[in-house]
Design a protein around this ligand. Structure first.
Ligand SMILES: [Zn+2]
Length: 396
């Protein structure tokens, strides 16, 4: 009898232990699940206090994980683009992420045309007008970095476009000092773009400025130091690229490997002396010029000068048509075409000439999702799958 009683007691204790373990297991599981079920950034603030309500038994993973992951969802408010919209009803709006992307080239900006440099000068009022036109036609700005990586983050149904600025002229950008504070000059392309983005935040404040470090303080000449100017651009999500030391003509001036390497390495070295981690990843060729031999051309892409290595992931030409996207089998990073902004007098293949031809049928039309490349079935051969850079290819 005693033995049977002990046995029953033992079974009872074991059952009690098992049910206790099961209870704890089921009780703690919903915790992590709920914190994983926080898809929207808006939901995150209410989730942060939750870990403290968790039972004492599970202090290990959840409380640390939640606060760590939630702030990372919204690290860069400047990258948030209102109106961002992913659509999957492809037949209704016909996205085509194998279409062309226009890269626009700007040089000089002035208040009023002064009679010089007809082809490469833009007045501020013309610039304001072209922003409006481009916006209304459905173009949205992306960075050079995102162009290179085909990381196209514009609202569904809109067309990405890249702005590039050569020579570091003050009309493109300069700082002014007001009450001891440095501000962007509203009479500069960057000032105008910032004002435009307040009206139309979904247009995007993006662009790359190709600079010649040999002109020193004359780059974006105005208030502040060169470092102030560069930091202002970078802090606002704009980019800096190399335009060579000395604005060299690779076709006529440069004959040796040493000259190519110096023109690029010296510019990079000087950039590091202003901002230690300012690495140029894109080159705009002065005059669109390229050296004669393949050996010298390869040195435009990468090389080492003294102990400074450089690598340019995109090399920009001058003229004359929209670019293939980087996922295209025809894309050549060594000579990427650009479209020049119209100057005082129209020329063939300038932006005004191209505008009516840059229709959604021809251009890159986004599905709104930077992680997918969506193309019509008929254009699947226009995507080189080895260049997808981790993106998912969708055909419809
Ligand atoms: Zn130039």
């Amino acid at each position: 009898m005693d033995k049977r009683y002990k046995a029953i007691l033992a079974v009872f204790v074991i059952l009690l232990l098992i049910s206790g373990i099961l209870y704890l297991a089921f009780r703690t599981q919903p915790g992590p699940d709920m914190s994983q079920n926080t898809p929207t950034p808006e939901a995150s603030p209410t989730d942060i206090p939750e870990p403290s309500q968790e039972p004492v038994e599970t202090p290990t993973e959840t409380p640390i994980e939640t606060p760590e992951t939630t702030p990372e969802v919204t690290p860069e408010p400047q990258d948030e683009r209102p109106g961002q919209l992913i659509r999957t009803d492809y037949e209704d709006f016909l996205p085509n992420e194998s279409g062309e992307i226009p890269i626009i080239m700007f040089h000089r900006f002035v208040e009023e045309y002064d009679g010089s440099d007809k082809e490469y000068t833009t007045t501020f009022s013309e610039f304001e007008a072209i922003l409006e036109t481009l916006y209304n036609q459905g173009f949205r700005l992306i960075s050079m970095r995102d162009f290179i990586e085909c990381n196209i983050d514009v609202p569904a149904g809109t067309m990405p476009m890249v702005f590039t600025f050569d020579d570091g002229t003050p009309g493109q950008f300069n700082l002014i000092e007001e009450d001891g504070i440095l501000k962007v000059n509203p009479k500069s392309a960057v000032g105008i773009m910032m004002a435009f983005n307040e009206k139309h935040p979904d247009f995007g404040l993006k662009g790359i400025f190709y600079v010649n470090m040999d002109i020193g303080d004359n780059t974006f000449k105005g208030a502040g130091t060169l470092e102030d100017r560069f930091r202002f651009l970078l802090d606002n999500g704009l980019e800096l690229g190399t335009h060579t030391w000395g604005h060299v003509n690779y076709k006529t001036q440069v004959k040796t490997a040493e000259q190519v390497i110096e023109s690029l390495g010296k510019n990079q070295e000087a950039a590091y002396s202003v901002i230690p981690d300012l690495e140029f990843y894109s080159l705009a060729l002065p005059y669109g010029s390229i050296p004669g031999s393949d050996e010298l051309k390869a040195l435009l892409r990468e090389g080492t000068y003294k102990d400074i290595s450089y690598e340019h992931k995109s090399i920009m030409a001058v003229g004359s048509n929209p670019s293939k996207p980087t996922i295209s089998p025809d894309y050549n990073p060594g000579y990427v075409p650009r479209i020049r902004m119209q100057g005082m007098e129209p020329v063939i293949q300038d932006l005004t000439w191209w505008l009516p031809k840059m229709t959604p049928e021809r251009m890159f039309v986004s599905d709104g999702d930077p992680n997918t490349i969506v193309v019509p079935e008929s254009r699947k051969d226009r995507v080189d799958e080895s260049k997808l850079n981790g993106k998912t290819l969708i055909q419809y």
